[in-house]
Design a protein around this ligand. Sequence first.
Ligand code: PHE
Length: 524
Amino acid sequence: MAEQLQQLILDTLDTQSTLPDSRALKIPGQSSPASSHDAQITILGALNSLLSREMITYETHEVSSHVLTPEGVQIVREGSHEARVWAALPERGSAPLSAQDLKKAVGDEAAKVGQGRAFKSGWIAKEGNGFVKAVSNITDTTQIELRELESSGTLVAGEKALAELRKRKLIMQRKGQWFTVHKGANFSTSIAKPETDLTVDMLTSGSWKKSTFKKYNFEADGIPTSGGALHPILKVREEIRGIFLEMGFEEMPTGTFVESGFWCFDALFVPQLHPARELQDTFYLSDPSTSLPPPSDYYERVARVHEHGGYDSIGYRTPWSHEESHKLLLRTHTTASSAAMLYKLAAKCRGEDIDGDLSVKSQPGAANLSDDGFRPAKLFSIDRVFRNETMDATHLAEFHQVEGVVADRNLTLADLIGFMRTFFRKMGMKNLRFKPAYNPYTEPSLEIFAWHPLLEKWVEIGNSGMFRPEMLAPMGFPPDVRVHGWGIGLERPTMIRYGVNNIRTLVGHKTSIENVENSPAVMF
Ligand code: PHE
């Protein structure tokens, strides 16, 4: 078809040297009038193809024409709303039709619009509770005009009538084009398909000398490059990691997805009977099901503080279960890793000579510190945790936690709050609120809320607190050392930032690779 049309254009030019108006061309095999918008688009395609081979040149002329809206098309077929209302009504003298029955006869829309217009034209009259015809015949000008427009593209009645139909949204103005075509430098009536590649065969046979080559199209879009792309969660993770690093934090190793009940709960002074430890909340391993024993002195101290208290605490006064402590599980929070790191940080305080990678090596004024072995530390981690959750749009059984802990002498709750304000400001959250909360391992504990300007509400973003002496003292920290910590989710900020409202499209088998590839590298 495309080639037939090109041939027709060339043949026309051959006999009459220019084609003054492309609307006169009858496109082979197409029934719509050559003046129509679609026809001119088809012709433009053919012209461009011939132009690229310099067989023709052309000029473009702009015109504006009118097309019917779907409502206009309906009126051409069924008559205007007012004509349909008139037609549905009985003659004057017979029983009038109620407003309700009129709606049933012509539909709500036509009844509403048509009634008013039919009254205004004096076609119908009110009688009792209903309507009757006021005249015995009508001329449906709207339908007649739309019909004329549909077939000829214009109205003899002129611009005023057109404006009225536009106002009634029955027609739309459309910019159109038509073309004047001339012969080009390479004009001929036979279309030789241009070569797109120079091949070895052409070179050896010499046929390239006589071939015509297709011109390069430097305007064409290139093939999209394919390559690796970071998942939105990884991007937000990098951003958060950057904030921690610029605030002087060190990253904790968190490769231990599997932990023991001891490190995940006992070391944190979570009671052995705490509901979070139950099967419906925590995934336990069946094979192997028990851990190697934790460091024995420390284990003894932790067991003692749970069962009998100590360090000014009365403890939980419930029997200690070795079995509970040795169970292997998928960690439910990264605070399990924080506990292990804090235990390591306190090694020198316990008099053990481990060269922990945590101690601040060249702390200014370090010589003035008392020699109890304690060195301040700022640690963070961002990694996966697992909970036996029912999955829905905002919950999965595995997700990421961002966690920070700071250990120093005489830290206060104000230090924790001040620190969080700085951290979250760097993440773009200025408006924060803190609400008293409960964690078995922190006292006091604070939930963190941030004002969400798009959702226009306070959303919970994290949980924090000052670690309890029952947790820190058995590790061997001196009594003036305080540790505060906090945790936030990674998925929620990512979802908010990337406008994802179902977590299952962000993580898991429903994630679309295309979305990952196309998600912006940074968001402001
Ligand atoms: N572990 C807590 C949670 O899972 C977060 C937290 C970390 C709270 C450190 C206090 C201190 O929500």
